[in-house]
Design a protein around this ligand. Structure first.
Ligand code: MG
Length: 371
C-alpha cells in the first residue's frame, strides 16, 4: 500500500547555459518545482513540475501548478492510500486538466511505488530497452550558429537532430543544414507557427527528407492537421495537440499525424503516457519522448518511459550538460555515443542531490498528513 505522509515542494530557479528560443517562447532562467513525496517509512519519491513561468507552451505555469498541488491535489492524496499509482487517475478525475501539476505528483508516486517494490521505474512501467538512443534540440538562432551546434552534436554522437523553425526561418535553414549534412536524421518543430494558408510553404519542406515536422498548426487543432497531412509527404508529429489518450485516438482516426511526441507533463503523467504509447503501438504509430528543458529528475522519468518498446524514435533526451552547469542527480545523466543506459537501480535509479537543490532553491513548502 502506498501512503503519503509528507510532500515537499522545492521551488528552484536555474540559469540555462545559454538562452533557448522557440517560435513562441524564450527561456533564460528555468523555474521548476521539484516535488518529493515521503511515506511513513521515510522512503522518498521524486517528481517535477515542468510548466514554465509563463503560459507559452500550455496554459499552465509554475504558479498555477503550485496552487493546484498545495490546495487541491496534495490534500486529495494525503487522504487516499493507494495500492498502485494507476489509481491516481480516478482520484484526479474530478480536477479538470492541469496536467503538469497532476503529472508531477503522479511521477513522484510512481518513483516511490517502484522503490517500495524494489524495482526500477522502467521495469514498473513495462520498459524493455537496456539503453535509449538520444536526440538533441537546437533552439532558434542564426543559421550559422544552428549549423555549428549541429556539427558539435554530430561529433558527440547524437542520433536525431531537431531544429526549431518558424515562418521567419524555415526553408533556407533546412536547405543549408541538408547541404552540410545530407544524411542527418533531421526533424523540424514549429510549435504551431503556421496555418493552413502556409500549405505551399510547408510542402517545400518535403524535398529535404525530414523525419517529421512537429506541430506545424494550432495547439488545439487536429482537423486542419489532417487536411495538411493529406497534402504533405513529410510525416506530421503532434505534440501540443495531444493531451490525453482520447486526443491521440481521434488524431489517429482522422489521420492528423503519423508520429506522436509523448511528454508525461503534458498528458498528466506516466499512466496516461503509457496508454498513449500502447494505443499508438496498436496502430503502428511510432512515438518518442519530448523534452521540456527539465532537470534530471524529469529526465530520469523520461529515460524510464522511453525504455518502452514503441519509443522507437530517439527523443529529446540529451545529457544534462546540454542545458545545465550542475546536475541534480548522481550519477550525472550523460549520453555516451548518443546513448543512455536505462538505470537498473530502484525507482528512477539516480540519487537526487539535496545539496544542489538547496543551492538553487528560493522556497520550500512542506505539507504533512494528519494521519
Ligand atoms: Mg514540440
Amino acid at each position: 500500500m502506498i501512503i503519503i505522509q509528507t510532500v515537499k515542494l522545492h521551488h528552484i530557479t536555474q540559469k540555462l547555459k545559454s538562452p533557448f528560443t522557440s517560435s513562441i517562447g524564450y527561456v533564460t532562467d528555468r523555474e521548476s518545482i521539484l516535488l518529493e513525496v515521503i511515506d511513513p517509512d521515510g522512503i522518498s519519491g521524486w517528481g517535477e513540475v515542468v510548466a514554465f513561468s509563463t503560459p507559452w507552451y500550455t496554459e499552465e505555469t509554475i504558479n498555477t501548478a503550485f496552487h493546484l498541488l498545495k490546495d487541491i491535489l496534495i490534500p486529495l492524496i494525503l487522504k487516499q492510500p493507494l495500492s498502485h499509482p494507476e489509481q491516481l487517475q480516478a482520484v484526479f478525475n474530478k480536477v479538470k486538466r492541469n496536467y503538469m501539476a497532476k503529472a508531477s505528483l503522479e511521477g513522484a508516486i510512481w518513483d516511490l511505488f517502484a522503490k517500495k517494490q524494489g524495482i526500477s521505474l522502467a521495469t514498473a512501467l513495462g520498459g524493455e530497452r537496456e539503453e535509449i538512443e538520444c536526440g538533441v534540440v537546437i533552439g532558434i538562432s542564426s543559421i550559422s550558429a544552428m549549423t555549428e551546434q549541429i556539427s558539435q552534436y554530430v561529433e558527440e554522437g547524437y542520433k536525431r537532430f531537431k531544429v526549431k523553425i518558424s515562418p521567419k526561418q524555415d526553408i533556407k535553414l533546412i536547405e543549408d543544414i541538408r547541404k552540410q549534412f545530407p544524411e542527418l536524421p533531421l526533424m523540424a518543430d514549429a510549435n504551431s507557427a503556421y496555418s493552413l494558408a502556409d500549405i505551399d510553404r510547408l510542402k517545400e519542406l518535403d524535398q529535404f527528407g525530414l523525419m517529421m515536422i512537429e506541430q506545424p498548426l494550432a495547439a488545439d487543432d487536429i482537423i486542419d492537421h489532417a487536411k495538411l497531412q493529406q497534402k504533405l509527404a513529410t510525416p506530421i508529429c503532434l505534440d501540443e495537440s495531444i493531451v490525453t489518450s482520447e486526443d491521440a485516438r481521434k488524431a489517429i482516426e482522422l489521420g492528423s499525424c503519423r508520429v506522436i511526441n509523448i511528454k508525461p507533463g503534458r498528458v498528466g503523467g506516466l499512466t496516461e503516457s503509457k496508454k498513449i504509447h500502447d494505443l499508438c503501438q496498436s496502430h503502428k504509430i511510432p512515438v518518442w519522448c519530448g523534452g521540456m528543458l527539465e532537470t534530471s529528475i524529469s529526465r530520469a522519468h523520461n529515460i524510464a518511459l522511453a525504455s518502452l518498446a514503441n519509443f522507437s524514435i530517439p527523443g529529446d533526451i540529451s545529457s544534462s550538460s546540454r542545458y545545465w552547469e550542475e546536475d541534480m542527480v548522481n550519477p550525472e545523466i550523460k549520453a555516451v555515443h548518443g546513448k543512455i543506459a536505462v538505470p537498473k537501480g530502484n525507482g528512477i535509479g539516480f540519487q537526487v542531490s539535496k545539496e544542489i537543490i538547496k543551492k538553487y532553491r528560493h522556497s520550500k513548502t512542506v505539507i504533512n498528513s494528519s494521519f
